[in-house]
Design a protein around this ligand. Structure first.
Ligand code: SF4
Length: 247
């Protein structure tokens, strides 16, 4: 059943009994007219290098194991990455950097992520985005962010029994975390909200919430300029693993 409105997103997400059902709902979502038009236009026009490929052109669901202790929360799929291949952080430079680091950390079975059928598997990790469709200029509107939020909330709810650490890739994901946390775990977010930064770490005094770790986004603006280096990513994922173990 196709999803056409914010109310239908909320109902379909809340009614998803498991991640398989949730992912099936996500890929059938058409609730944001601007993003639906954009994802389809990109898929129709294509980048020259991918002219011979059929783009996915749909929302991109989460990826990884259902009993993950570590989650990575991103912004949204890339127009010629996830929107092309159908898998988050797959088929673009951001994914090259991210999965090389995850492989070094022992969280992925291979260092590359090129297509949905390339054999990539994650260990103890699930990756998902705050907004599930590629937005123009990588900038979803506040309305689009809020419309898509129930998919994130339900995904978080379904992995809540095991997840101990959330790595927020960039300030957008960091900001999206607080309402999701309140919704799924209850309670108000800390006030004032902790500022995003690379290596920023928030944990609740009573330990009732996952640890939140900030990490610069693996965008080309950050990785090409050296603002985010492989060593910095290694430190973040080493810390995430420590926190997941309760260290
Ligand atoms: S951004 Fe989210 S809510 Fe909007 S159409 Fe895509 S999947 Fe649906």
């Amino acid at each position: 059943m196709v999803v056409h409105s914010p109310a239908e997103v909320a109902a379909r997400a809340a009614g998803s009994a498991d991640l398989v059902a949730l992912d099936a709902g996500v890929v059938d979502c058409f609730a944001c007219p601007r993003l639906v038009a954009w994802r389809e236009e990109v898929a129709a026009t294509r980048r020259a290098a991918f002219r011979d490929q059929v783009y996915w052109g749909r929302p991109v669901p989460g990826f990884g194991v259902p009993d993950a202790r570590i989650a990575i929360l991103g912004l949204a799929p890339a127009a010629h990455g996830g929107n092309r291949t159908g898998r988050i952080f797959t088929g673009d430079r951001s994914g090259d950097v991210l999965f090389a680091a995850l492989h070094r950390a022992g969280l992925a079975n291979q260092p590359t992520s090129v297509s949905a059928d390339d054999g990539l598997a994650l260990h103890d990790l699930r990756i998902f985005a705050s907004v599930r469709c590629a937005p123009p200029d990588n900038k979803p509107t506040p309305v689009e962010r809020d419309t898509c939020a129930p998919w994130l909330w339900r995904e978080l709810e379904l992995i809540k029994p095991t997840v101990r650490v959330v790595v927020a890739l960039g300030a957008f994901a960091w900001a999206a975390w607080w309402p999701a946390m309140s919704r799924v775990y209850g309670g108000a977010p800390p006030s004032p909200r902790p500022a995003f930064g690379h290596g920023a770490h928030w944990t609740s005094p009573d330990g009732g919430y996952p640890h939140l770790l900030g990490c610069y986004h693996v965008s080309q603006q950050n990785t090409f300029t050296g603002r985010l280096t492989p060593a910095m990513l290694d430190d973040i994922f080493a810390r995430a693993k420590e926190l997941a173990r309760g260290a």
